[in-house]
Write a protein that binds this ligand. Structure first.
Ligand code: HAM
Length: 450
């Protein structure tokens, strides 16, 4: 019989392997702790939504909606559905659907996979994870600055140093309209320099032309009319308010008048955290205000602002900085030889777990349970602090050999401990805290390890 063909992952969609999992956990735990400390609450929305949610929120003439969405027809009822390309639209939908801002504003956070049919390259994937925060119902510059400060706290806590903040204001719809007319006129004067993409965008989304990476167009777009010069009094005051708070908190930033973002829902403040350490996909976090979006969905006018971080990019940055991936370590590895010993080890492992310790039991493979020697090798590789060893003699004496694993070979010690005392012995050794006898077995308080 011929070997069946291997099935591999879809291009641009990654497995997160156990060797990377500790870094992801570190990133997620740190972010969640910080978000919580600023009063953000978790929200989880579905991965699939009505296609119209995204086309309406993100804008019909954006890269995402024009060419990157995974959309399909529900074969059961003909509904047009899409795998979410981002989280903001879903959060706003959920806020309106469940009336979450009826008694005041909300700070929300989410994390999860997003899907965009982009050309895969380093840092750009078709399934990628975002960690996002959305503050809905706040209008002042204080919340914009707070969101940015929250990011900076995260970089500090993760030890990420080489990122910079780019900031801009894209004003309100009316201000953009006035700028747009002048921008189109300017771009038409430079028609010969425009590339095909820019020509296509000239009348549909000219602001995006300012974002071009084409070197031949840089000088021309640098001299283009700046949206910042079209801001009215209120937009300007808001922008100055954000900058003032950042200055007061010693947050460094560059005002980049060409920062326009690729989604249509933004107004006023927009920002990106960028690093040079990741090649061309260096934006690790991006966001801004989207005051008009709630109304677009039929809600009453409610200001909002938020950001999303690309988790793969941040993990890669942490790796590039040499962030040590803490191996998954357990407290105890159970080694056994013989049928009776195996049963004892199985039972004892459960009792040790009842006491709150992490235990890996050596289990049989198609090659069998393996010799003591090979099991001890596994115990070594598990990173366990102790090996609990049960063989025929131990079963006969109702004892276990408990061996320290992490010291130098010469320092490793082995003690003989009666079965009934193994749990307390390990808890004592690992925590230094004595657990009283009346708390034995299932009643053991979970221990606090240091
Ligand atoms: P975005 O700029 O489209 O904004 O994405 C935010 C971040 O997600 C990017 O800065 C990047 O780190 C990451 N990202 C985007 N696309 C990919 C990809 N193909 N592969 C890997 N990482 C990627 C938003 O999604 C907005 N919803 C952000 C926001 C929230 N604005 C207000 N609230």
């Amino acid at each position: 019989m011929s070997k069946p063909e291997k099935i591999v992952a879809i291009k641009g969609m990654n497995d997160i392997l156990p060797s990377d999992a500790p870094l992801w956990e570190l990133f997620e735990n740190t972010t969640e702790t910080i978000l919580k400390s600023y009063g953000y609450q978790k929200i989880v929305t579905p991965i699939v939504e009505q296609t119209s949610l995204f086309s309406r929120a993100i804008g019909a003439v954006t890269d995402i909606v024009e060419k990157e969405m995974y959309s399909f027809e529900d074969s059961m009822n003909g509904d047009q559905l899409t795998l979410r390309p981002e989280g903001t639209a879903s959060v706003v939908r959920a806020v309106l659907e469940h009336n979450l801002v009826y008694d005041g504003p909300r700070r929300l956070w989410y994390k999860g996979p997003m899907f965009r049919h982009e050309r895969p390259q380093r840092g750009r994937y078709r399934q990628f994870f975002q960690f996002g925060a959305e503050a809905i119902g706040f209008s002042g510059p204080d919340i914009d600055a707070e969101l940015i400060m929250m990011c900076r706290r995260l970089w500090d806590d993760l030890g990420i140093e080489n990122v910079r903040l780019e900031l801009n204001s894209i004003g309100n719809a009316e201000e953009r309209q006035r700028h747009r007319a002048d921008l189109i006129a300017y771009l038409e004067q430079h028609d010969s320099i425009l590339d095909a993409e820019a020509k296509r965008r000239l009348h549909s989304n000219p602001l995006r032309i300012l974002d071009t990476k084409n070197p031949a167009m840089q000088e021309m777009v640098n001299a283009a009319p700046r949206l910042l010069d079209y801001l009215g009094e209120e937009s300007l005051a808001h922008f100055n308010g954000v900058k003032f708070l950042l200055d007061q908190n010693a947050v460094q930033y560059t005002v980049n008048p060409r920062l326009v973002r690729g989604l249509d829902y933004y107004n006023r403040t927009v920002f990106e955290w960028v690093t040079d350490a990741l090649g061309s996909q260096g934006t690790i976090c991006a966001g801004g205000r989207y005051d008009p979006l709630v109304e677009t969905f039929g809600g009453k006018a409610t200001p909002a602002v938020g950001f999303a971080m690309g988790m793969e990019r941040i993990i890669e940055l942490m790796k590039a900085m040499g962030e040590p991936a803490e191996p998954n370590q357990c407290d105890v590895y159970m080694v056994h030889q013989g049928e009776k010993a195996q049963l004892q080890a199985f039972i004892l492992a459960e009792r040790i777990r009842d006491a709150g310790l992490d235990v890996v039991l050596h289990c049989a493979t198609p090659a069998g349970a393996g010799s003591f020697k090979s099991q001890m090798k596994k115990a070594d590789g598990s990173g366990a602090a102790f090996a609990v060893i049960i063989g025929e003699d131990e079963v006969a004496n109702e004892t276990a050999a408990v061996k320290t694993m992490r010291g130098e070979i010469g320092e490793q010690q082995q003690s003989t401990v009666p079965f009934l005392e193994v749990v307390d012995y390990l808890v004592d050794q690992i925590t230094g805290a004595h657990v009283h006898d009346e708390h034995c077995g299932h009643d053991h308080d979970h221990v606090h390890k240091h």
